[in-house]
Write a new protein. Structure first.
Length: 460
């Protein structure tokens, strides 16, 4: 473990001005030269009490702001398997929205936890909660354990495949008497039930129920081409009665048909879907598709209503990404908890409205964001048309005058030129007469606009 004298100069900020731990700083503290060395080196430090505490002290010396995940960008760019596992990590603004609307309880499960961004956001609202984090990537696990332990949390980390139900390793993170949690590998921890489930799973993965080791009676009915609802199903399995879940999902889960529609229908008919928040596109580094937050609850609702929010425009553009600032986050959260219609932004839909839409939850079916074009001022429009008419008159007269000034090299050319001018003026005269006839028909007085076609005097 070492620190180079110039390493701290590489620190930078995220979209909200929070300090990020850059690759150079991380590699310097861990004493590695290449990022692929990180998982093994960090894991060795985490299981050595002395090295773990010293490593944590060095990170805290750099930044004591524990309200966000320092490592999101580092892991996302260096270690995530973007192609095979469709891994993408959650922007802090989205973490804040999800953490706010689900109102974390005393026991929280984070499915597909990554490096722990959603968990950290929930922890900021309840330091005393116990966390259960599930993650498949062995390269993300060390940073996830780091984030839990440096914040002195109580947690269990399970390395598993939530699409098949296979569990591989378990790690216990136990709150320490001082400032950091202790870390140890532990035996299998099963049959978890929690107050809150949060998740940003990989989107639209294939699902093969034959490979699923769980004893779900309905796994044959789960969608196979798009496995998004399989993660939701796993969350429902561990959610307590009265609990609430928040999932970040692709928009396709709102309207795709067949087995997805059947699963969505069950959730809607039971009144479990409390809200759907449409997020701006291009929020994620590796995923340009639009996403939404779906809030699912086992709390009793008398009216089975669902709060729809279209936050598509609640962002600013920075390079290739869209950024949601604190004002955008506050607007979304306030609207969600208000649960009332806001023009072109939010709508509280009742069960009957969703059934009338054949259980299609496409947000634009419920939140009309259309802004009609303003009706032009009649008097201003007539003034502009009059000015155009006058400009046409002036242009026609100038054209005939310039044409008349042309001199032909022979009498034949001169005669042909004059014949062309006469023909042009004749056509203008016909147009003028037609215009006057239409005006008389509609009872409109035709103003004198100058020599438009009919008066040839002075044009030759």
């Amino acid at each position: 473990m070492r620190r180079s004298s110039g390493a701290w100069a590489y620190a930078n900020k995220n979209e909200r001005g929070e300090t990020l731990i850059t690759k150079e700083i991380i590699n310097s503290i861990l004493g590695i030269s290449e990022s692929y060395e990180l998982p093994e080196r960090m894991m060795s430090f985490l299981f050595d009490d002395s090295k773990r505490e010293k490593m944590f002290d060095m990170f805290i010396e750099h930044s004591n702001d524990l309200t966000h995940d320092w490592f999101t960008s580092y892991f996302e760019e260096e270690h995530s398997n973007k192609t095979k596992m469709a891994q993408d990590f959650t922007p802090s603004a989205v973490c804040d929205i999800l953490g706010n609307v689900v109102e974390p309880g005393n026991s929280i499960a984070d499915l597909c936890a990554g490096t722990g961004g959603l968990t950290i956001s929930a922890w900021t609202k309840n330091h005393d909660a116990t966390f259960y984090c599930y993650e498949f990537s062995g390269r993300a696990i060390p940073l996830l354990i780091f984030n839990l332990s440096i914040r002195n949390m109580n947690a269990i980390v399970t390395r598993c495949n939530l699409l098949t139900g296979e569990h591989f390793e378990w790690y216990c993170i136990e709150r320490g008497e001082k400032k950091y949690s202790n870390v140890r590998q532990c035996d299998a921890v099963d049959d978890i039930h929690v107050d809150t489930v949060i998740s940003n799973p990989p989107y639209s993965q294939k699902y093969d129920w034959k490979k699923d080791v769980r004893d779900w009676q309905d796994k044959k009915d789960m969608p196979s081409n798009f496995g998004d609802y399989v993660f939701v199903r796993a969350g429902l399995e561990m959610l307590n009665d009265g609990g609430r879940m928040g999932f970040i999902l692709p928009h396709g889960v709102l309207f795709r048909s067949n087995k997805e529609m059947a699963f969505r229908k069950k959730l809607i008919d039971s009144g479990m879907i409390e809200g759907v928040i449409g997020l701006p596109d291009k929020l994620f580094l590796n995923t340009g598709i639009p996403t939404c937050i779906m809030v699912i609850s086992k709390r009793a609702q008398n009216d089975k209503s669902c709060m729809f929010i279209d936050a598509d425009k609640e962002c600013t553009h920075e390079g290739k990404l869209n950024i949601m600032n604190p004002d955008n986050v506050k607007k979304v959260c306030d609207a969600y908890h208000r649960r009332a219609d806001i023009e072109r932004f939010a709508h509280l839909a009742q069960l009957e409205e969703m059934t009338d839409n054949d259980y299609n939850m496409n947000i634009h079916r419920y939140v009309d964001t259309y802004v009609p074009e303003p009706i032009p001022d009649f008097f201003q429009l007539m003034h502009e048309l009059g000015e155009i008419e006058r400009e046409i008159n002036r242009t026609e007269i100038d054209f005939v005058r310039m044409s008349s000034d042309l001199v032909g090299q022979t009498q034949q050319i001169t005669d042909e030129k004059q014949s062309a001018i006469d023909e042009y003026l004749t056509e203008l005269t016909k147009g003028r007469r037609k215009y006057e006839q239409q005006a008389i028909r509609f009872g409109v007085e035709v103003p004198c606009t100058g020599r438009r076609g009919g008066d040839k005097k002075g044009t030759r």
